[in-house]
Design a protein around this ligand. Structure first.
Ligand SMILES: NC(=O)c1ccc[n+]([C@@H]2O[C@H](COP(=O)([O-])OP(=O)(O)OC[C@H]3O[C@@H](n4cnc5c(N)ncnc54)[C@H](OP(=O)(O)O)[C@@H]3O)[C@@H](O)[C@H]2O)c1
Length: 254
């Protein structure tokens, strides 16, 4: 899977799945654009990317719920690299809560997990059409069914909306030769649960519990999810579009 001369925009590249994906793309000679809010973490990921093949990544600090920041991602990428080949809409936030916890939680989940992706994809599309590029969205098995044992209503519906976004945009852009796919992880060890408000101890407990009950008796590693993102973004997947790829150790079967 070579990505030489390819420009890959990865949102949420400062941590977890996005950071691993960015580093893997860099190892395959891609020019990566690292998007996130935590500048220190982005600089660390950039160093690892540069060490791979000597190509300097572009860092774009962006709060994805801010439209101007989202516009700046595309502007800066084009100014620096001139084109976009792959957009990885990976950034996402886990929002806990149930139906009586207020609609603000819904707004927060949708703002990051759906609206920002909608806007960024629309701005990147003319460039992806030019390059006959592709999009990989990072969804979740929470799109298919509620998460067991924890109330995650706003998150679950945001990811269900994202899956339909993937299918609709895949249909729309198919005639332009642009592929659009999605990766749907189950429980994956990252800082995701802590960002969603769990303590480190609670997160460890949840992993331990899943280690005993998920069919394959383990949770996924972020690098495994990153590998799947790379596959879908590569020419090897040239006949795949509108697909939702589950990577969950069988969790969805439970
Ligand atoms: N880990 C899991 O169990 C799991 C399971 C299913 C799906 N997923 C999905 O996988 C994707 C990546 O999550 P992860 O597990 O790698 O979690 P993570 O380690 O918490 O990383 C989340 C990334 O998203 C970025 N981000 C979040 N909100 C943002 C915002 N408003 N503006 C800009 N950047 C923002 C973070 O940036 P900063 O740190 O710079 O703020 C960070 O880089 C998410 O879409 C998540 O829903 C994860």
């Amino acid at each position: 899977m070579y990505f030489e001369h390819k420009v890959i925009v990865v949102t949420g590249a400062s941590a977890g799945i996005g950071a691993d994906a960015a580093i893997l793309f860099a190892k395959q000679s891609a020019k990566v654009v690292l998007v996130g809010r935590n500048e220190g973490a982005l600089i660390n990921v950039a160093k690892k990317c540069e060490e791979a093949k000597g190509l300097k990544p572009l860092i774009v600090k962006a709060e994805l719920t801010n439209d101007n920041d989202v516009r700046n991602i595309v502007t800066k990428t084009i100014e620096n690299f001139g084109h976009i080949d792959v957009l990885v809409n990976n950034a996402g936030v886990g929002i806990k809560g149930g139906i009586c916890d207020g609609v603000d939680l819904y707004d927060r989940a949708m703002a990051t997990n759906v609206r920002a992706i909608y806007l960024l994809t629309s701005l990147a599309t003319p460039y992806l059409v030019q390059s006959k590029g592709n999009i990989v969205n990072v969804s979740s098995i929470a799109a298919f069914k509620p998460i067991r044992d924890i109330e995650f209503l706003p998150y679950c519906i945001s990811k269900a909306a994202l899956d339909q976004f993937t299918r609709c945009v895949a249909l729309e852009l198919g005639r332009e030769g642009v592929r659009v796919n999605s990766v749907s992880p189950g429980c994956t060890k990252t800082s995701f649960l802590e960002s969603a408000g769990y303590t480190k101890e609670q997160a460890e407990e949840l992993y331990k519990y899943r280690d005993t009950c998920i069919p394959l008796r383990k949770v996924a590693k972020s690098k495994e999810v990153a590998d799947l993102i790379l596959y879908l973004a590569s020419d090897r997947a040239s006949s795949i579009t509108g697909a939702i790829f589950v990577i969950d150790n069988g969790e969805n079967l439970m």
